[in-house]
Design a protein around this ligand. Structure first.
Ligand SMILES: Nc1ncnc2c1ncn2[C@@H]1O[C@H](COP(=O)(O)OP(=O)(O)OP(=O)(O)O)[C@@H](O)[C@H]1O
Ligand SMILES: [Mg+2]
Length: 245
């Protein structure tokens, strides 16, 4: 019955919170240890680059690869540390449309992905931590971009269109991310928000888990609808400042 379901939900939420905390702690301590060696490697590549005035193209190419992978490793570490620091959001009145624009401009979206925004004018401001919500938006944009390019699945996709819109609905300020990418199978829909769930060869599976933790700390929620092969819509619902005590 309803009561049993409520208890089950509550228990699941607890389990998830525990799992998140454990991953966060382990991740943070490993990340911390890896930062120093990575920093040293980075300095060394910098030095080599300087000294390799007329090195062969091939050597330069490989130095470039090392640098790219260092950047990627640093991003993983930052993600893990962010995850551990379940920072309490510093709430202030925030313009959701501004956050969308910032997130779009900060996202490195490939050229074959078209981003279109429909930003509703006159929305009341969010009561939110702008940095955290921007991070959520950036995660959504990068997932969508990956779903529309080849990195997400076995099949190759050559781009698509991401539509981002904002609106007010039932006391919430809603931001919607609608892509026409690869879509998500019924089976995977239930696992998306679990930490470390990923279908990508180069993913860690933290984007949505971090986003959920952030949005829940804001007393909001994230919803998803998807059709395999057609596309996916993520909806981020946050409270407007007017509706908050
Ligand atoms: N817009 C989307 N379209 C299709 N699948 C998606 C979309 N967003 C998320 N997913 C699926 O959800 C999984 C989990 O996403 P999440 O952002 O948590 O991790 P990731 O993108 O795989 O890795 P990370 O974000 O840590 O680099 C993805 O691997 C992908 O299978
Ligand atoms: Mg992601």
């Amino acid at each position: 019955d309803e009561r049993t379901q409520e208890l089950r939900d509550a228990q699941q939420q607890l389990l998830r919170a525990e799992r998140l905390a454990a991953i966060g702690q382990l991740g943070a301590s490993i990340g911390h240890e890896l930062r120093n060696p990575l920093g040293i490697i980075k300095n060394s590549t910098y030095y080599l680059n300087m000294k390799l005035g007329q090195a062969s193209e091939k050597v330069k190419k490989h130095l470039g690869i090392i640098e790219k992978e260092i950047t990627r490793s640093n991003k993983i570490i930052t993600d893990l540390m962010d995850f551990a620091r379940v920072r309490r959001p510093a709430l202030r009145k925030t313009d959701v449309n501004l956050l969308v624009r910032e997130a779009v401009s900060r996202s490195k979206v490939p050229g074959n992905v078209e981003v279109i925004t429909h930003l509703k004018k006159g929305l009341s401001p969010l009561m939110a931590d702008p940095g955290q919500i921007e991070q959520v938006f950036i995660n959504m944009i990068s997932n969508a971009a990956q779903a529309m390019t080849s990195s997400n699945s076995a099949e190759t996709r050559d781009g698509g269109r991401l539509e981002i819109s904002t609106r007010a609905e039932d006391g919430f300020i809603v931001t919607e991310f609608k892509d026409d990418g690869c879509g998500i199978s019924e089976e995977n829909l239930g696992k998306l928000f679990e930490p470390l769930f990923t279908t990508k060869t180069r993913g860690i599976g933290l984007g949505l888990a971090i986003s959920t933790a952030i949005v829940e700390a804001h007393e909001g929620r994230i919803e998803v609808e998807s059709e395999l092969g057609k596309g996916t819509t993520f909806t981020v619902k946050l409270t407007a400042s007017a509706n908050r005590a």
